[in-house]
Design a protein around this ligand. Structure first.
Ligand SMILES: N[C@@H](CCC(=O)N[C@@H](CS)C(=O)NCC(=O)O)C(=O)O
Length: 361
C-alpha cells in the first residue's frame, strides 16, 4: 500500500487562516456526489477562496474536522457557519465561530441550499410543483436503482465471486434506465431531461452517467439506442461547467491538511526502508532519532516554512520527498510541544519511533 504522499513543487501545503468564516465544503475530486455539489455551488456563484473554503479530502484518511461535523464520513459535506448577529464588532466572534452552523451531509441538500442562495439559470427555483416532483423522481431513480447497478457494473470485483458473473446483468439493467432517460431527452430539440433548459435533474444525474461511460467508454459510445443521451453527456463532458469544477481551485492536488494532525517531511530514501521495517526513526534530514532523541514534526501551518528552510533544494526533484500525515491519537510515542528558539515557535516532537499505524497518509 502506498501510504505516503509525494510533495509537489507548488502543492497546496498550507492551510491559510481564514479572515471571515465562510461555508466549508469537504470534497473529493472524482466523487460523483461531490461533483454535483460543486456544480450547483459554482452555478450559484460560490468560488473557493472568495466565498467558500474547499477542503479536498482523501477517503482513506478523512480529517477529524469532517468526522466531527458529520460522523457518517461521506463526502460531500457542507458546513455553513452560523450567521453573525448584530454589528459584528466586539461580538464574541471567537466563540461564535466555534458554534456549529448548518451541516449538510447529502449532496442533494447541498445543491438545493446553493440554488436557494442563487439560481440564475433556474435549475430548481421557480420550477412548478410538478416539475420539482419530476426532478425529484429522476434523482431518486438515479441515486437508487441506477447507482446500485452502476456500482455492480463498474466495481464488479468488489462484489465477491458472483460479481464478475453478474456484471453483464447489472450493465443491462442500468442501460435500460439510460434508454428511458434517452427517450425523454429525445422529446425536445434542446435535449434536456425536462425540456428546453437544464434543470437540477440534469446536473444531478450527469456525473453518474459519466461514471457509467468511464467503466467502458467504447461500449457506451457504441450503444445504438442511446444517441440523445450520448449527445447530452458529451455536451456535459466538453462543457465549461464540468471543466471548472474538476480543476483548481475546485479541486486540489493535495488533500487538505487537518489541524488535528501533525506532519513530517521524509526523504523517499528514508521512507522506503521505514515502510519495510514497519516504523520510521529519522529525526530530520541527515539525523536519526537516536542522534536527536525525538522526531521533528510540525503543524499544518508550519509545514511550508519547514519545507523552505530544509528542503528547498529538492523542489525541482520530484519524488525525493514524502509528506507523512500523522494522527497523534494513533501514536504510541509521546508528543511533546516544545519551543524551537531559532524559529521562535512551538513544534510537536515525537519522543519515539513513528509506527505505520499512525501514518494516515
Ligand atoms: N448520499 C450521499 C452519498 C455520498 C457518498 O457515498 N460519497 C462517497 C464517495 S463518492 C463517500 O464519501 N464514501 C465514503 C468512503 O468511501 O469512505 C450524498 O448524496 O452525498
Amino acid at each position: 500500500m502506498n501510504m505516503g504522499a509525494s510533495v509537489g513543487r507548488n502543492g497546496a501545503l498550507t492551510t491559510a487562516p481564514i479572515a471571515h468564516p465562510m461555508p466549508v465544503l469537504y470534497s473529493f475530486r472524482r466523487c460523483p456526489y461531490a461533483i454535483r455539489a460543486r456544480l450547483a455551488l459554482a452555478a450559484a456563484g460560490f468560488e473557493p477562496g472568495p466565498n467558500l473554503e474547499l477542503r479536498e479530502v482523501s477517503l482513506r484518511a478523512k480529517p477529524p474536522e469532517l468526522l466531527e461535523a458529520s460522523a457518517k464520513g461521506t463526502v460531500p459535506v457542507l458546513v455553513v457557519p452560523r450567521k453573525r448577529t448584530g454589528s459584528g464588532k466586539g461580538n464574541g466572534s471567537a466563540s461564535e465561530e466555534k458554534q456549529p452552523g448548518l451541516v449538510l451531509e447529502e449532496s442533494l441538500e447541498i445543491m438545493q441550499w446553493a440554488l436557494e442562495h442563487r439560481d440564475p439559470q433556474g435549475w430548481w427555483i421557480g420550477r412548478s410543483q410538478s416539475e420539482q416532483a419530476e426532478i425529484t423522481t429522476l434523482i431518486a431513480e438515479n441515486d437508487g436503482r441506477f447507482k446500485h447497478h452502476l456500482d455492480r457494473f463498474k466495481y464488479a470485483n468488489r462484489h465477491g465471486a458472483e460479481g464478475e458473473q453478474e456484471r453483464p446483468m447489472h450493465r443491462a439493467t442500468a442501460l435500460a434506465i439510460l434508454q428511458r432517460w434517452s427517450e425523454r431527452l429525445a422529446a425536445t430539440p434542446e435535449g434536456w431531461l425536462l425540456g428546453s433548459r437544464s434543470s437540477l435533474a440534469d446536473w444531478a444525474l450527469l456525473p453518474f452517467v459519466r461514471q457509467f461511460r468511464l467503466a467502458d467508454p467504447a461500449g457506451f459510445d457504441a450503444e445504438p439506442d442511446l444517441k440523445p443521451l450520448q449527445a447530452w453527456l458529451m455536451r456535459f463532458l466538453e462543457g465549461p461547467e464540468l471543466a471548472t469544477v474538476m480543476a483548481q481551485p475546485w479541486t486540489q492536488p493535495q488533500p487538505w491538511l487537518s489541524r488535528g494532525w501533525i506532519y513530517h517531511l521524509a526523504l523517499e530514501s528514508d521512507w522506503q526502508p521505514a515502510k519495510r521495517q514497519g516504523f520510521y526513526d529519522r529525526s530530520t534530514r541527515a539525523a536519526s532519532l537516536a542522534d536527536v532523541g525525538f522526531i521533528h514534526c510540525c503543524t499544518a501551518e508550519q509545514l511550508e516554512g519547514v519545507r523552505q528552510r530544509f528542503y528547498a533544494d529538492l523542489a525541482d526533484q520530484p519524488g525525493t520527498l514524502r509528506l507523512l500525515v500523522i494522527d497523534p491519537q494513533r501514536l504510541k510515542a509521546e508528543v511533546r510541544w516544545e519551543l524551537v528558539p531559532e524559529v521562535g515557535e512551538v513544534f510537536p516532537h515525537v519522543m519515539g519511533v513513528i509506527g505505520m499505524e499512525a501514518v494516515v497518509a
